[in-house]
Design a protein around this ligand. Sequence first.
Ligand SMILES: *[C@@H]1O[C@H](CO)[C@@H](O)[C@H](O)[C@H]1NC(C)=O
Ligand SMILES: *[C@@H]1O[C@H](CO)[C@@H](O)[C@H](O)[C@H]1NC(C)=O
Ligand SMILES: *[C@@H]1O[C@H](CO)[C@@H](O)[C@H](O)[C@H]1NC(C)=O
Ligand SMILES: *[C@@H]1O[C@H](CO)[C@@H](O)[C@H](O)[C@H]1NC(C)=O
Ligand SMILES: *[C@@H]1O[C@H](CO)[C@@H](O)[C@H](O)[C@H]1NC(C)=O
Length: 696
Amino acid sequence: MILIMLMILVIKTATASVPGPEMDVKPGVETSLAKRTLSFCYQLKFGVTEIPSSISSNTTCLEVKQTEIVVIPQGALNNTIRQRIGVNEGLTTEFFNTCQIFHLCICVPLSFISGNVALKNIGAFAFSDLPELTEITITKSKHLTHINPDAFKDIVKLKYLTIANTGLRLFPDFTKIHSTGLLLDLHDNSHIERVPANAFKGLCTQTIPEIRLTRNGIKEVASDAFNGTKMHRLFLRGNKQLTHINPNAFVGSSELVVLDISQTALSSLPDYILGGLQKLIAESAPNLKELPPLELFTKLHQANLTYSSHCCAFHNIHRNRHWNSLCSHPDAQGNLHFYRDYCSNSTSIICTPTQDDFNPCEDIMSAVPLRVLIWIISILALLGNTVVLLVLLGSRTKLTVPRFLMCHLAFSDLCMGIYLVVIATVDMLTQGQYYNHAIDWQTGLGCSVAGFFTVFASELSVFTLTAITLERWHTITHALRLDRKLRLRHACIVMTAGWIFSAVAALLPTVGVSSYGKVSICLPMDVEFLGSQVYVVSLLLLNILAFFCVCGCYLSIYLTVRNPSSAPAHADTRVAQRMAVLIFTDFVCMAPISFFAISAALKLPLITVSDAKLLLVLFYPINSCSNPFLYAFFTRTFRRDFFLLAARFGLFKTRAQIYRTESSSCQQPAWTSPKSSHVMLYSLANALSLEGKPEF
Ligand SMILES: *[C@@H]1O[C@H](CO)[C@@H](O)[C@H](O)[C@H]1NC(C)=O
Ligand SMILES: *[C@@H]1O[C@H](CO)[C@@H](O)[C@H](O)[C@H]1NC(C)=O
Ligand SMILES: *[C@@H]1O[C@H](CO)[C@@H](O)[C@H](O)[C@H]1NC(C)=O
Ligand SMILES: *[C@@H]1O[C@H](CO)[C@@H](O)[C@H](O)[C@H]1NC(C)=O
Ligand SMILES: *[C@@H]1O[C@H](CO)[C@@H](O)[C@H](O)[C@H]1NC(C)=O
């Protein structure tokens, strides 16, 4: 069986000069080289078994590709052969010597048949002393594992050196080439794992315009790797396992202006080179989460990065550039590089990706009032709900259904307080440089946990509020039907359902339906896919539904208690007032958020995320702050429990005594006179916690 094409070797004396040091990136350079040369080459192709004698001496290019030539016999290129003892196995040395006269040879050694020599090795002096050689391409040679350190030696006119798709294990030795200007392209060699010290030292006597080390298996760049190397552009793109560039790797190197570390696993950049860098390409480099200190980038013009938040860092960078007197010269404007470096007063850095709508260039809480407010609100929610929980749980009286529900309400509002404190704390810690922490925060565990807390809290809170209202409505409308009385058992079932629902709703974004990482405040604002959209919209609709349910219940309660003629009129208005407040706070909390959130979820955003944060800080937690007051502190039962509890710790003893005597005097069973409308009022008062004056 014929093995096809182990290797293409391009050796040529191209008239084309090596491209200058301009910044442009030429991603297609490795393929274009081959294409460019093929057009004027004498080609030996598949099926050819020996070098024909008809090649004229004025041929400047010879391509030997996918042939079955086993050996290139001496004399095949008769007029050109200079005898010389070959040292290498796979390549016939004399063949390369012909290149001196042929000016340009593209040679494929050789599809070896029947177990002759497969190309495993390029021996010493294979490319030595070929002063006319300008281009060497060694590709597609999976079995080539070793290149002798002396293989490349004194090839002073070498302009292109390409080594690709080989099985090389060690970084080839380029230190004896001593070229005068070279493009080095070493790509797709998946076994090269390390760039050693002084790897490019003798490669070139001048500045190397470009070193491409793309898509290899490089894992590490050693200390002093670029010692003694002057280079303009360095591409490390596509070395997916590259995690570490030694901080001293670039010591002794100079003139680097373009660095490409896209698609690598690097997490930091060596500070040494940043000062001269004009262009930094780090796309799809997800591990580069933190940028080096910005003041190190003194010359940067363009940055193509992975994360938009990093571009925010360059937003407000100010540089002192000195106006060069030459700038007024008409020619200066023609010379773009000079003009850009010395004359342009614009200090802006072109940076991609630009920030998206969800991640504006700002801290989590951009405005100072917001920052203060979130602390006040979060502490209020934490304190209020903690007190409520303590009093409810510490009280010795029997656990009733309303109290049971109140516990859940306080707990969910406490969770909201925790969320707010977390956000406020992260904001404080990252103040002024959120761009460098955005990725860690938004993609990290912290944001998911905070997001879980807030969705869980708000859903459980809405659910419990609805349950409390329904319970009141039920108690009042069925006040006279003891058989329909709600028991703790029922409440337990309802609240278990509530917990499960809230937990599921809060967990969904952590498993890919929407996501908490989209915005800095960790709310599920990701509506990119239909599933996420459905999730967000249905959450909001459920909340709106709950709101209408609450409204309906209060309306029904109001109509029920308005009827009894014996009910005093002022009690009536008080009930109405109280309900109005409850509904109003609920509405204020719900309406703006729901309105804007639904419009955003339907991808018709009416306000920016920055404005939405204001809404979210001011309105979203309103319920969590006000619930302790509306449902606990302002009610007489709660105050009684509070003072009784405090009395156990030796506080407010006299107040507690008053409550104790009062409560014993009105301990009349509700069923003593079932016909009386007072019973109705009593249960209403209980249900609405209306005993005593509301204090608002
Ligand atoms: C090489 O020489 C032959 C005649 O010997 C001529 O026909 C041919 O055009 C020449 N080719 C080039 C590229 O100069
Ligand atoms: C090579 O050239 C020499 C003279 O320079 C000649 O004697 C010999 O026959 C040629 N060989 C072939 C294979 O053309
Ligand atoms: C770096 O190169 C200089 C000469 O250019 C040499 O003296 C020095 O030893 C090299 N450093 C290392 C660590 O090899
Ligand atoms: C870098 O970003 C610019 C836009 O600012 C774009 O035009 C250019 O193609 C990008 N370069 C690379 C190598 O992705
Ligand atoms: C830049 O600033 C200098 C003074 O600092 C001013 O003389 C010059 O006109 C400005 N150039 C441009 C292009 O704005």
